[in-house]
Design a protein around this ligand. Structure first.
Ligand SMILES: O=P(O)(O)OC[C@@H](O)[C@@H](O)c1c[nH]c2ccccc12
Length: 263
């Protein structure tokens, strides 16, 4: 069984238990913000900065992080959105984290979880998310399409995450505005930044938000993503371990017009 399969099995149990509880009260306090608009307006690579205490591939990253302090630093450093891991069992996050962050900042917040059911989308919206994640590797095509439509009907943006050409082809069936290319294979945890370059070629970019996700550490990595054709990067571990978040984010926000070939 791959890790992704283990996570999805557990998620199915959690969703079944969740459905036995009463519907969540509508306690959302913040408006919905648009990542896509932020990205289109920027003249540099946009950053989705992630709050991630731990992960199955890395174990503990920063368990005792002050998430509000971290989120505000991300916002002040120009984050186009903030990603909050909400999975409890494998990533030590929660919807309470997402709610706290959403109420503390004025940028869109991405609910980073393994979505398999509409009820998770309702809960994410209720907690303050502006964007949800749908992972093609974790969903049959028809389920992906339904969840995509459901989330957009709720006014949320959807990050459609792919890792190979087949998943990309499936994602494109919904005409997504936001495509994330995960450089980390969620089945093997291997990271290869070339994944972005290989898959971007197969997208008619137009006005899409194209995110290179995972394994971003340096300015050179951001330049590689940009030169491949991405306009956004999603950065977790590097920023969680950084003791100079603002400087690191500055360095990663490389200008969008590549200077390649200029004399
Ligand atoms: O910490 P990194 O290598 O910067 O990666 C961030 C992000 O891409 C990663 O957390 C991620 C990408 N897709 C996911 C799906 C589920 C959980 C986590 C993820």
């Amino acid at each position: 069984m791959t890790f992704l399969e283990k996570i999805i099995d557990k998620k199915k149990q959690e969703v079944a238990e969740r459905k036995l509880q009463a519907a969540g009260k509508h306690t959302r306090k913040n408006p919905i913000y648009s990542l896509h608009q932020n990205v289109q307006a920027a003249d540099h690579i946009s950053i989705i900065a992630e709050i991630k205490r731990a992960s199955p591939s890395k174990g503990a990253i920063q368990m005792d992080v002050d998430i509000l302090k971290q989120a505000k630093q991300y916002e002040q450093s120009g984050a186009a959105a903030i990603s909050v891991l909400t999975d409890e069992s494998f990533f030590h996050g929660s919807l309470d984290d997402l709610k706290a962050v959403s109420e503390a900042v004025s940028v869109p917040v991405l609910c980073k979880d393994f979505m398999i059911d509409e009820i998770q989308i309702d809960d994410a919206k209720n907690a303050g998310a502006s964007i949800i994640l749908l992972i093609l590797a974790a969903l049959p095509l028809e389920r992906f399409q339904r969840l995509y439509n459901y989330a957009t009907e709720q006014g949320l943006e959807v990050l459609c995450e792919v890792h190979n050409a087949d998943e990309l082809k499936d994602a494109l069936t919904v005409n997504p505005k936001i495509i994330g290319i995960n450089n980390r294979n969620l089945k093997t945890f291997e990271v290869d930044l070339q994944t972005t370059a290989e898959l971007v070629q197969q997208i008619d970019k137009g006005e899409l938000t194209i995110i290179s996700e995972s394994g971003m550490r340096t300015k050179e990595d951001a330049e590689l993503a940009r030169d491949a054709g991405a306009n956004t990067i999603l950065v977790g571990e590097t920023l969680m371990r950084s003791n100079q978040v603002e400087a690191d984010m500055q360095a990663l926000q490389v200008p969008l017009s590549s200077t390649k070939g200029a004399s």
